[in-house]
Design a protein around this ligand. Sequence first.
Ligand code: T46
Length: 185
Amino acid sequence: MKFESLEIPEVKLIFPKKFEDDRGFFSETYNRVTYEKAGINQTFVQDNHSLSRDAGVLRGLHFQRPPFAQDKLVSVLRGKIYDVAVDIRAGSPSFGKWVSTIISASDWKQIYIPKGFAHGFLTLEPDTEVTYKVSNPYAPETEGAILWNDPTLDIDWPIDESLIILSQKDANAPPFNDYANTPAL
Ligand SMILES: Cc1cn([C@H]2C[C@H](O)[C@@H](COP(=O)(O)OP(=O)(O)O[C@H]3O[C@H](C)C(=O)[C@H](O)[C@H]3O)O2)c(=O)[nH]c1=O
């Protein structure tokens, strides 16, 4: 099991081993003991699974506020995503900075996004299925959102804006600066 940090070191990539044979493959996609050694020692309490039928679906940028802020361990079971984590930790040297990676079912890697980050992804293939573990239960009353194409964040989404498919909630998400003035996450 290999682990790597992205430019913001708290965000990590995980490369679970795939044991392939003529039946198919077996892979441990989470193991508390090995993940703890890489600093991923949160207790996950909920599994989420979303299907996006088209390429160009963008879900995010979302987060939950304390006491329900969530660490997330994201895997792609089918298709491919461009995954983004934005540092929204007040006082962080990388506050307002973002990191991204492409994750596909074929490369079988995962991304770990700790509390204090807004998360979003763009599907790059149709019928993309994403599953992710979270370390706090869904608490809609604490949910926050940041506009996906906020000019301050200037995220380099690999798609023409006209092709993006958004929920109403995400299309009307507040700008980053609205959030920047609210209590620390
Ligand atoms: C997140 C969540 C949602 N829901 C219900 C609420 C809505 O009726 C429906 C769809 O929710 P939403 O449109 O917020 O789903 P996404 O846009 O995929 O949201 C996710 O997008 C980005 C990528 C994230 O990282 C978050 O985990 C999550 O916010 O599922 C639940 O019942 N439980 C939950 O934990």
